[in-house]
Design a protein around this ligand. Structure first.
Ligand SMILES: C[S@@+](CC[C@H](N)C(=O)[O-])C[C@H]1O[C@@H](n2cnc3c(N)ncnc32)[C@H](O)[C@@H]1O
Length: 226
């Protein structure tokens, strides 16, 4: 099977593992692809909703992989056995992803591959402040969309700056066209916010300073990865 560029980037970030847990699996594309390609030996495919989980169940059955892939109906990692060594949580908001990890801390050795659709800064901050290191971060664009895929593992992050919240040091260390597209998307977003703040009839001095700082840092990052 062929994955979308976003999900292929997620699978590439996992690489090879023994047991994969895919939380919020929906169709089950990631576990099926990784099992078919021999990138994992076993998988847990979980979802909070019955509709998506039965879609995944059917797809896994159709591919003859039911003996290698357990489907689990639960919230986050609640009922997912703790013997996985790679965890994927993709296609949800950054805050939801952080709350799933927070509610059931993954095993110490697990590699986390996280693909937030929104609130990326919230997720990076959660990781920095809860004993994780962002070991890799990659921009990936699809027609009309641009995302980041964040890889994290247990490890101490001594300190972090506003720039590290906007994009991790791992992201900034790589020159990438899709990475630039991600930063450009945020430059446009913050510029729009700033314009609105400047047009406001009530004074918004603090918010303006904060948006200006963010915009400056985004421009610095854009140059760094150019
Ligand atoms: C937009 S889909 C993403 C599917 C797939 N992971 C991807 O990236 O293409 C989000 C999926 O996450 C599930 N989901 C949302 N919140 C969840 C939670 N707390 N625990 C487990 N699954 C959740 C939804 O039911 C839905 O199937």
């Amino acid at each position: 099977m062929k994955l979308s560029p976003r999900l292929k980037t997620v699978s590439d970030a996992v690489g090879k593992c023994n047991i994969l847990a895919d939380v919020g699996t929906d169709h089950g594309y990631i576990p099926v692809y990784m099992l078919e390609e021999g990138l994992c030996n076993k998988a847990y495919a979980s979802d909070i909703n019955e509709g998506p989980l039965s879609r995944a169940e059917e797809f896994i059955k159709e591919k003859g992989l039911s003996h290698k892939c357990e489907t689990i109906l639960c919230n986050g990692l609640e009922n997912v056995p703790r013997d996985y060594d790679a965890l994927v949580i993709a296609g949800m908001g950054g805050e939801t992803i952080a709350s799933i990890i927070d509610a059931n801390s993954p095993p110490e050795n697990a590699k986390l591959v996280l693909q937030p659709m929104t609130e990326e800064q919230t997720l990076r901050k959660y990781l920095y402040t809860h004993g994780y290191k962002i070991t890799d971060e990659t921009g990936i664009s699809e027609p009309g969309h641009v995302y980041v895929v964040i890889t994290a593992q247990k490890g101490i992050t001594e300190s972090f700056s506003l720039k590290d919240l906007i994009a991790s040091p791992a992201f900034c260390s790589k020159k990438s066209e899709d990475g630039r597209a991600y930063i450009m998307k945020n430059i446009k977003k913050v510029t729009k916010v700033l314009d609105g703040l400047k047009r406001s009839t009530t004074p918004k001095t603090e918010e303006i300073t904060s948006a200006e700082n963010e915009l400056d840092l985004l421009k610095i990052i854009y140059e760094e990865i150019n």
